[in-house]
Design a protein around this ligand. Structure first.
Ligand SMILES: [Fe+2]
Ligand SMILES: [Fe+2]
Length: 274
């Protein structure tokens, strides 16, 4: 019987985006059925995830500075924006399966795995939604170059579950909450309804991923008798390169269990009242 950790590694070692996300949906459904008692139990197990997930030959991955910027006022610019989002979503699928496979000995209750399998399932949906938008606009994922640095946070925190939760859901995915409303506005203005709908789904579901991060970070700190706030600040300064960028989506961050005194002390010079 395949374990959850082995299922996660299967997703991580599948290169093609549509194939990876199809497998992600299938394994997430199996896990849910097993947890609901509708199928035989699945053990968490132990596996060795690859340091880097398998990726398709395209897109070409470039250092962030070399990825060409296009203005969102043009159709080409909007395609480039969606292409960047598709790349983020594909990385997110792998990030969530990686946390499942890599931290099986951290002593988490099964609810930890429920949350990240759910998040991975949603990221797979997000990738496909955005790919559908790209294809409706005559493009596709792989047509443009993409950022090479996206997996860095995972590699930096490969043996530190506190750091992984602090940087991936609580910094990177929280940043998504800050910038998504602006992106929705760009596609509303251009009248691209399918992209507006896709981004609204992403925006609604990403709040939960940040919340899972905050919940399990606090759980770990509570278990080990640590004060979460200074621990969070230390970890972000160690693993995240650069300051956090305001303006912050205070409302959605609050909904996700991220209070202002977690992120403001890590922000660029501007103060909340300035
Ligand atoms: Fe997503
Ligand atoms: Fe997410």
């Amino acid at each position: 019987m395949t374990t959850l950790a082995e299922m996660a590694v299967e997703v991580l070692t599948t290169a093609d985006g549509r194939a990876k996300t199809a497998l992600a949906h299938r394994h997430a459904a199996s896990w849910r059925d097993a947890r609901a008692g509708e199928a035989p139990e699945i053990a968490i197990g132990v596996a060795t995830p690859p340091l880097r997930p398998a990726r398709p030959d395209r897109p070409e991955l470039l250092p962030p500075r070399e990825v060409p910027r296009r203005r969102p006022g043009s159709e080409q610019g909007r395609i480039a924006l969606l292409h960047a989002v598709a790349h983020i979503e594909l990385n997110a699928v792998d990030l969530h399966w990686d946390i499942v496979a890599r931290f099986t000995d951290a002593g988490f209750p099964p609810g930890f795995y429920d949350d990240w399998v759910q998040a991975a399932d949603e990221e797979a949906k997000h990738f496909n939604l955005v790919c559908d938008c790209l294809e409706a606009l005559g493009s596709h994922y792989g047509a443009l170059p993409a950022h090479a640095g996206m997996w860095r946070a995972a590699e930096d925190t490969v043996d530190d579950i506190f750091g992984r939760l602090a940087v991936v859901p609580m910094v990177l995915e929280a940043r998504g909450l800050d910038v998504t409303p602006g992106m929705i506005g760009i596609f509303e203005k251009a009248g691209v309804d399918h992209a507006v709908a896709a981004l609204r789904t992403i925006y609604a579901e990403e709040v939960h991923h940040v919340a899972y991060g905050s919940k399990w970070f606090h759980w770990l700190c509570g278990r080990d008798g640590l004060d979460p706030k200074p621990v969070f600040h230390d970890l972000v300064r160690r693993y995240f390169h650069g300051a956090l960028k305001p303006p912050f989506n205070e409302e959605k961050r609050a909904e996700a269990g991220l209070p202002p005194d977690f992120y403001w002390p890590l922000a660029e010079e501007t103060s909340p009242k300035a």
